[in-house]
Ligand binder design. Structure first.
Ligand code: FAD
Ligand code: NAG
Ligand code: NAG
Length: 339
């Protein structure tokens, strides 16, 4: 019998995992269950730079983190070179990363392309007194294109979608052989993972077609990322703050810092100001669990807690979550055939 799999969540992690499962377990019947889609997800608003930072997104081990990064980068890289690039919103992007202090090469320097130190001439072209600077080419994944692109692929593969706020898991034990939990920050009161913390971020999108290079200052405290339709300006990282009430003071601060880095941004027209909550966890959780619900067991594969790196790592963690799902289904089948 075809296994029935539910994926909880339709952000970049849920959609990636749903598509990966369909393509690796073609006999499976996959359903996405979520209460937020496209524009309403955190993923939609993210800047979408491929810039893995182990510190901001702790993994179980350095080796696992590297595998997530490499699997993701390879996937995005292939799309960026195909004629699907524009529809999927995935492009190569080149630019500069500046620091006020001397720093070791960043984690991703061996994964992305063209990494080198900036020349003194390049350093001089930026106002301010920076001690070190790097130049590289990475990829940008704009989720307002990428999420619909994934959803189209999911539906084409025969996937089903249910719009629903999941309050308890009773019905899942009846209907599904496996639940994949890609619920992001979710409601911690409901499920109670106390290791989840929001990290609030503010992002401004401006019209500035003259900005063609990305610029990252001091560990992405400040960043400027040109995208397909506008330029994303950030950022803030406010740990433990869940309140998404609009307060202009934070956006003014972002704008001020970006204009110091690139003064010509002063005349750029603001298109959007957005507040998002990064789903931070002490360790990104990609693992299996058998959850007991009213005496019945529900097989769960967790895939959440991607913090500041959800877009960067989504495909890589989807690859691993799918491997785990496969093993769990195989195990269940072999137990079944012995009976
Ligand atoms: C300002 C800002 C900038 C960022 N920039 C980048 C960047 O440049 N690069 C990068 O890699 N990352 C970036 N991120 C991080 C990225 O946005 C997140 O890591 C990522 O979006 C997490 O994806 P997700 O699928 O886990 O969660 P989400 O996109 O939040 O999706 C969660 C899904 O779960 C569903 N759900 C949850 N609970 C329930 C329930 N009870 N019932 C039904 N459905 C439920 C929701 O409906 C939703 O569909 C940024 C984040 C912010 C805030
Ligand atoms: C897939 O699931 C749906 C809904 O649960 C069901 O109607 C359909 O028959 C299933 N298809 C297969 C091939 O099992
Ligand atoms: C799903 O993830 C949330 C965190 O987003 C967690 O609190 C919860 O325990 C998980 N749900 C299940 C069914 O295990």
């Amino acid at each position: 019998m075809a296994p029935a799999i539910a994926v909880l969540g339709a952000g970049v992690v849920g959609l990636s995992t749903a598509v990966r499962i369909q393509e690796e377990i073609p006999e499976a019947n996959v359903t996405i269950v979520a209460d937020k889609f496209t524009k309403d997800t955190t993923s939609h608003g993210a800047a979408g730079m491929f810039r893995p930072t182990l510190l901001l997104t702790p993994a179980p081990s350095e080796e696992i983190f590297r595998r997530w990064c490499e699997d993701s980068f390879r996937w995005y890289d292939v799309i960026s070179r195909s004629d699907e690039s524009a529809a999927a919103g995935i492009y190569p992007i080149s630019g500069y990363e500046l620091s006020s202090e001397f720093k070791e090469y960043p984690y991703h320097h061996k994964i992305i392309y063209n990494f080198r130190e900036m020349t003194p001439l390049e350093m001089q072209s930026f106002p301010g007194n920076y001690k070190c600077g790097w130049c590289y080419t990475t990829l940008i994944i704009e989720c307002r294109y990428y999420l619909p692109w994934l959803m189209k692929r999911f539906r084409k593969n025969g996937g089903k979608v249910i719009y629903q706020t999941v309050k308890n898991l009773d019905e899942f034990t009846e209907k599904y052989d496996l639940l994949v939990n890609c619920s992001g920050l979710s409601s911690r009161e409901l499920f109670g993972d106390k290791e989840m913390t929001p990290i609030r971020g503010h992002l401004i999108r401006v019209k500035a077609p003259w900005v063609k290079h990305f610029l990252i200052v001091d560990n992405a405290d400040t960043y400027i990322y040109p995208g397909q339709d506008n330029v994303a300006l950030g950022g803030t990282r406010q740990k433990g703050i869940e309140d998404v009430t609009y307060e202009q003071v934070h956006f003014d601060d972002v704008m001020r810092r970006c204009c110091v880095a690139i003064p010509s941004l002063k005349t750029a027209k603001i298109e959007q100001q957005w507040i998002g909550l990064r789903p931070f966890r002490s360790v990104v959780r990609v693992e299996s669990e058998e959850v007991n619900i009213n005496g019945k067991t529900l097989k769960v594969v967790h895939n959440y807690g991607h913090g500041a790196n959800g877009v960067t790592l989504s495909w890589g963690t989807a690859v691993q979550a799918t491997e785990i799902a496969k093993q769990m289904l195989q195990k269940a089948r072999s137990v079944h055939s012995k009976l």
